[in-house]
Design a protein around this ligand. Structure first.
Ligand code: SF4
Length: 97
């Protein structure tokens, strides 16, 4: 069982696409407060809104998912993460404008 979170009633929620998930378990390592693994290694995601103090960890878990199975959806976070959005890699060698 995950630890209880003290999140607000609003805010983005974690969404899992179980078809895309390959049970890497990385998300549970990065956000154990809201994601646990079942006996086969598939994530069990807390459906409640992500509390403000866990948003950075949630974004990190979403960005680290190698199969794009995890997303933050709902009310947009201040950084614009929401819907099926995920962390974008930092581009190297970009041209100055
Ligand atoms: S990191 Fe992605 S693929 Fe791995 S268990 Fe979590 S949701 Fe599934």
């Amino acid at each position: 069982m995950t630890g209880r979170t003290d999140g607000s009633a609003t805010g983005p929620r974690l969404r899992l696409n179980p078809i895309a998930c390959d049970a890497h378990g990385l998300c549970a390592d990065l956000l154990p407060e809201m994601i646990t693994l079942d006996e086969w290694g598939y994530p069990i995601v807390d459906a409640r809104p992500v509390p403000e103090h866990l948003l950075a960890h949630a974004r990190r878990a979403v960005g680290a998912c190698p199969t794009l199975a995890l997303a933050l959806a709902g009310r947009a976070a201040p950084s614009g993460v929401g819907g099926a959005a995920r962390a974008q890699p930092v581009r190297q060698g970009g041209r100055p404008s």
